[in-house]
Design a binder for this molecule. Structure first.
Ligand SMILES: NC(=O)NCCC[C@H](N)C(=O)O
Length: 298
């Protein structure tokens, strides 16, 4: 089956029609040894070149790793690579998947920026060691696709939400839908400060999502409201300055989020979630926070 949805009137299913998928139990992280802001490929990096406090970055990363371990996840810590300062954002180089027979697969990204392309083979090598079946996009058809920066699995469902416009092309989702036999709800991103879907949409549980609404077209918002009962919205300040929406809820209950998102955190607590705050200020200088500093896998 191949099906890409781009407007709410095309949606011909409900969530109960979509087969379930197990929740991931493992987390991949990349040590920030070589993390820095060395170039500008998103608006957040401007003014921060050479301004990362390395010691603080390491502390922040270690606390976040502890957080996943405390929640019972098995955390893998891959070494960073010199000259690849953004490799620490390991949500971006791949999109992992588990099929209905339990086979683990991964689709490798085609990074949009030349500065990040060399990260992909290092991550691919690690997946091969773990026994994942590795797949690729046809690069004669697709220019870019940045993995789980833009492609988010619906919580425990074989349904993919695919952002496009800045780092990934809409065309990528044709191939992904076919390869993983899964429908894709495609969302066009409209604001370069929210250049990845994971900066403006966070899956919380099957019926709940956190978004920054101004980063989407109306068609996208309509699809989000059609498929989620509970849509929590972040304010511009918390979404843009604190990366509130680059949060993660790996088990449908506990939300790991940047420190100080007062408004979003209250809304999350009111909706029954447990909130765990982490400082990721050094990573925000590069345009990333909690969600993109890890990859969840099976
Ligand atoms: N939002 C994400 O998924 N990743 C953050 C990537 C930051 C990096 N400096 C980049 O612009 O690609």
């Amino acid at each position: 089956m191949k099906k890409i949805y781009t407007s709410a009137d095309q949606i011909d299913f409900t969530l109960s029609d979509i087969p379930s998928m197990p929740a991931p139990k493992q987390v991949l992280t990349v040590k920030p040894t070589y993390f820095d802001v060395e170039y500008v490929i998103n608006p957040h990096m401007k003014d921060h070149v050479g301004r990362v406090d390395k010691m603080q970055a390491l502390n922040e990363w270690e606390h976040l790793v502890d957080g996943y371990e405390e929640l019972g996840f098995n955390v893998h810590q891959l070494d960073g690579v010199e000259g690849l300062p953004d490799m620490v954002f390991c949500a971006n180089q791949s999109l992992p998947f588990i099929d209905e027979d339990g086979n683990k697969k991964v689709l490798m990204s085609i990074m949009h920026s030349p500065e990040r392309k060399d990260e992909v083979p290092h991550i691919e090598k690690w997946y091969r060691q773990l026994g994942y079946e590795v797949e690729y996009l046809d690069n004669s058809q697709v220019d870019d696709f940045e993995g789980m920066g833009d492609a988010l699995w619906h919580f425990k469902k074989r349904l993919l939400w695919g952002g496009y416009g800045f780092r990934s092309s809409l065309k990528a989702y044709d191939q992904i839908s076919e390869k993983f036999d899964t429908p894709v709800v495609a969302l066009e991103l409209t604001d370069e400060k929210f250049y990845h879907l994971d900066t403006c949409m966070a899956m919380l549980n099957e019926n709940s999502v956190l978004i920054y609404p101004d980063a989407f077209q109306q068609e996208g918002l309509d699809m989000i409201h059609k498929l989620f009962e509970n849509v929590i919205e972040a304010t511009q300040y918390e979404a843009e300055k604190l990366f509130a929406v680059n949060a993660t809820c790996p088990d449908g209950k506990n939300v790991l989020i940047q420190q100080g998102c007062t408004d979003v955190n209250q809304k999350l607590r009111d909706a029954g979630f447990s909130v765990h705050e982490y400082s990721t200020f050094e990573y925000i200088k590069s345009g990333g926070s909690v969600f993109c500093m890890k990859m969840l896998l099976w």
